[in-house]
Design a protein around this ligand. Sequence first.
Ligand SMILES: C[S@@+](CC[C@H](N)C(=O)[O-])C[C@H]1O[C@@H](n2cnc3c(N)ncnc32)[C@H](O)[C@@H]1O
Length: 225
Amino acid sequence: MNQTLRKQDPSAAGRIVPVAALDHASIVEAYRRWAGIYDTAFGGISSKARLRAVSLVNRLPGQDVLEVGVGTGLALPHYNPEKRITGIDLSKEMLRKARDRIRTDALTNVQALHEMDAEATSFADGSFDIAVGMFVASVVPNPRRLLAEMRRLVRPGGDILLVNHFAAAKGPRWWVERALAPASRALGWHPDFAMDAIFDAEDLARIDSEPVPRFGIFTLVHLRV
Ligand SMILES: C[S@@+](CC[C@H](N)C(=O)[O-])C[C@H]1O[C@@H](n2cnc3c(N)ncnc32)[C@H](O)[C@@H]1O
């Protein structure tokens, strides 16, 4: 699919949701380009939100944690040592950076990093206590499939955490995000990504969400399985 289109998604109960303009090939290509400068370009603005998500992971019970879209591994040094972390990502180049970080920081609690699609993993049902995705929900081709897969992988009683930019419902940010939307493929994420592109009405009623810094554009969402 070459451009951002908007159409009715039957799974969204009649709401208008963005149709994925990012297929696997464009994600891999975008993050091949981003990998070298990702930490410099995005590490700073996202660091507080990422730390809030990791700090919630650290406070939750359960040791087996899956980080989907682990990227360059910016979160990895911040997990408590007793958490056992598995990371997956589509991008070889981002994973290479994450592996360098594991070596440099001697992160012995990182069990494995896999090049794997977070929407269709090879893990067995209930393999993890916690699944966390930071700034990945607005990148994947099919966010609802991502959430379904995270739900499948988490044990009953476990937790799903997402931290992301979610599009504003109105105001100046609404205009900016819609203006940027056609650049999704070049950016490697959807600026106009809305909460109901990933959560159905039942989930929206159950989630806990809180704004996290910076600039009020990121939200931390917690869903108990
Ligand atoms: C914006 S980066 C976020 C990286 C990291 N979570 C962070 O906090 O900096 C998005 C990452 O998601 C990865 N990604 C996108 N779609 C994916 C998919 N379907 N499966 C696994 N990883 C994916 C990209 O390759 C990229 O590394």
